[in-house]
Design a protein around this ligand. Structure first.
Ligand code: PGA
Length: 245
């Protein structure tokens, strides 16, 4: 079930989604949150930090799991998702460091790492709320369009469109890692609730696929969200351009 909220622009998307998430955290202060990176959630995280600083949000019992991480990029690298999360959220709120979970894409044995992460999610009782963005090519997490999609945490080769889109976070496009670890489609769909946010015309095609595709299509990974019973989609008018309301 998709619940659609269309707002004016990026700032409103960031505020409405932050309020939505804050309500959930206030209802259950020990939630397990699945978190996303990229340009889209930066404003949402900034709003959560503001609420925390005002005293209206408490992260002390929240647990977090990130969706994905580049392979072979040290955590200290300024473009790693580890660094992103610390800069955009973790270093500014009262999360217990023991409750923060990220994949490590720079280990020698990626098989052990992905099994460790799958198990850790299970051990913590599963993800209550998963925050998602969507790629221009319809990817969720780093589940790129393909003839088949993996269920659990796995290593994936980044699509050309993803490498181009993410080049802005690196000195040059050649520095963008070619592989990443990501939660699989099953890991995402097992979350009890999902919130997807998107803004801008470049996301309109992926949003159209999400709402209008008549089939579940691994070449359009976002369509798998149609199988989930509780997805809230908060997007701006530009991203909603291709769906008739
Ligand atoms: P973006 O990425 O927020 O930087 O547009 C979204 C995604 O790739 O899921």
């Amino acid at each position: 079930m998709l619940n659609l909220i269309v707002v004016k622009d990026y700032d409103e998307m960031s505020l409405v989604s932050a309020n939505w998430l804050a309500d959930e955290i206030n209802k259950d202060p020990s939630l397990v949150l699945g978190l996303a990176t990229g340009g889209t959630p930066e404003g949402l995280y900034a709003n959560l930090i503001k609420m925390y600083k005002k005293g209206s949000l408490d992260f002390s019992s929240i647990k977090t799991f990130n969706l994905d991480e580049y392979v072979s990029l040290p955590r200290e690298n300024e473009s790693s998702y580890y660094t992103y999360m610390h800069n955009h959220l973790f270093d500014h709120v009262n999360l217990n460091p023991n409750n923060i979970h990220l994949m490590d894409g720079n280990v020698t044995n990626l098989t052990i790492e992905r099994q460790r992460y799958d198990q850790l999610i299970l051990d913590k009782g599963g993800i209550d709320i998963q925050l998602l963005g969507v790629g221009v090519n319809g990817h969720i997490g780093f589940n790129e369009p393909d003839s088949t999609l993996k269920i659990d945490v796995h290593v994936t080769r980044l699509a050309k469109e993803t490498i181009s889109a993410n080049a802005r976070y690196f000195n040059s496009i050649t520095e963008v890692p070619k592989f990443s670890l990501t939660m699989g489609i099953g890991s995402i769909l097992r979350a009890k609730k999902i919130i997807l946010i998107a803004d801008g015309e470049h996301k309109a095609k992926a949003i159209k696929d999400l709402f209008r595709s008549e089939v579940i299509d691994p070449l359009k990974p976002v369509t798998f969200l149609r199988l989930h019973p509780d997805v809230t989609v908060i997007i701006d008018e530009k991203a909603a351009k291709e769906i008739e309301l």
